[in-house]
Design a protein around this ligand. Sequence first.
Ligand code: HSE
Length: 415
Amino acid sequence: MQKKKQIAVLGYGVVGSGVVELFYQNQEKIEKNTGYSMDIKYILDLRTFEGDPYADKVVHDINVILQDPEVGYVAECMGGVNPAFEFVSSCLKAGKSVSTSNKQLVAEKGDILLQTAKENNFFFEASVGGAIPIMRPLHTCLAANDLYAVAGILNGTTNFILEKMFCDQMSFADALALAQQLGYAERNPSADVDGADACRKICIISSLVFGKHVYPDSVFTKGIRDIQLEDVKLAQQLGGTVKLIAQVVREDDGKILPTVMPMVVMQDSLLSHVNGVFNAIMVWGDGIDKTMFYGRGAGKMPTASAVLGDIIDEVKSNGTVPAQTWETSSDTDFIANIDTFVAPRMFRTSTCAADVAKQAAGQVGVTVRMHTENGFLVSACTERIAAKLTDALQGMGVTVYSQIPVLKDHSKFSE
Ligand code: HSE
């Protein structure tokens, strides 16, 4: 008789309980799809879950899982680096395939775990974009391309806050309070609003697309805390919106520039229409031009869907298809300096006549593309030129309250 494929789930919180729930909801379908009988044998958690239908599967010691040769597949849904790193390493060394939803673990330790996983497999579809299939498409469906840029909305909480500012004219503080009330933002919302969560996700994407591990420390990261309602209103007047954009672009010299920052996204970009807690990822390549992936970027069942998708794939391929992988990086020479970042920019100012804006822009070698009485868009320039423009305006008695880069379309197709 064919051996049953046994799974262990590490962590019985939001995502872990989603994995168990979705598995039993669709067990018959999943088994039909894989051609194997499958089950969840253990759930590892420090807590006990009296009255839970799966309480009998709960164990408190990772060694029970490590020492059980029947368990071939592990879903890591604990979050954080400790003890997840130690547990995942041990599972891989014990010959088990691991799927994780833990972006911090992959962003900080992915290269080491991929090395450890050589003989079996380490998957992390759920670590970026929740339910959205993005890791596997980047690695397989789009593998014929030279992919040179990726830009996305990778944090649902900040996207919800910015949408509330845009649509309901709420202040940042009120929109954040609402996000907390609805359970999207944590009581300490820093990882979301200051960009660390999006940073981890763009690290994972950059590593996979460009083949070398990009650590969070190497990514220029700026969150949305300083965005004022007036910035969002001005972007709206100029035909755009403000989004927290996580982006990586390969520059002409071959270096890559990963960034996380609030950007103005003009209405002609599909990304400007991604609202609420949804995520979207735009990928540019020489064959595809551009392709966008869209869906629920977080939450119990969407994330569980991606974790189980990895396990199903691994069961079907029987370990014959190696996981997506990249090299470890001992230096950061392949990462460009933020000073090389070039983008059109939106300036929000005190009242500024069009001819004053044009004159100041002309002095620093940029042109004004669109203008309102309290701000304007200028052509692409570096941060250094933007600072010079700020000085020039101030010399003319105009105060600059903010300047926000505008997202470019990286398309190289003429039509
Ligand atoms: N807090 C994240 C978000 C979800 O708001 O998108 C998990 O990465």
